[in-house]
Design a protein around this ligand. Structure first.
Ligand code: ZN
Length: 134
C-alpha cells in the first residue's frame, strides 16, 4: 500500500532564502516550484534520491502555513507517503477510526492527489498521503 516517503514538508518564511542556500551549498535547483492556491502556499521541491524536501511559504496570512509559522516557527510540517490507491488507504484508515483531515483526496502540488491525516492519529506527525496522477 505504501511505496516510499514521497517528500518531507517544511514550513519557511522565505522560499528565496532556502533556494539561495540549496544553490550555494549543494548546487541544487528546485525540481518544481508552484503556487497551490487552495492551500495559499508557494511550494518548492528539491529532489534527494527517491524523495523530496518540499519547502512551503505562505502566500496569505490565512494560509495554514502562516498559522503554523505563527505558532511554532519554521520547521518540519508534514511527512508525505506515496500510495498506489489513496481512496483505498483513506477508507482503511477511516475504518480503523483514524482522524482524517481530508475524507476525500484533493489536488496538491504537481497535480497529485493528496489527503492529510490528523497528527493525533499518527504519533504526532501530520501525515500526507500522495498519489501520482496517472
Ligand atoms: Zn506535502
Amino acid at each position: 500500500m505504501l511505496k516510499k516517503i514521497d517528500h518531507i514538508g517544511v514550513a519557511v518564511q522565505s522560499l528565496e532564502q532556502v533556494k539561495g542556500l540549496f544553490a550555494a551549498v549543494f548546487g541544487l535547483e528546485p525540481e518544481f516550484e508552484e503556487t497551490v492556491e487552495e492551500q495559499k502556499v508557494r511550494a518548492a521541491g528539491f529532489r534527494i534520491g527517491e524523495s523530496k524536501i518540499e519547502f512551503l511559504e505562505p502566500t496569505s496570512p490565512e494560509s495554514p502555513i502562516a498559522k503554523f509559522l505563527e505558532k511554532r516557527g519554521e520547521g518540519l510540517h508534514h511527512v508525505a507517503l506515496s500510495v498506489d490507491d489513496i481512496v483505498a488507504v483513506l477508507g482503511k484508515m477511516k475504518a480503523q477510526g483514524l482522524r482524517l483531515i481530508d475524507e476525500a483526496p484533493r489536488t496538491g502540488a504537481e497535480g497529485k492527489k493528496i489527503a492529510f491525516v490528523h497528527p493525533k492519529s499518527v504519533s504526532g506527525i501530520l501525515l500526507e498521503l500522495s498519489q501520482e496522477n496517472s
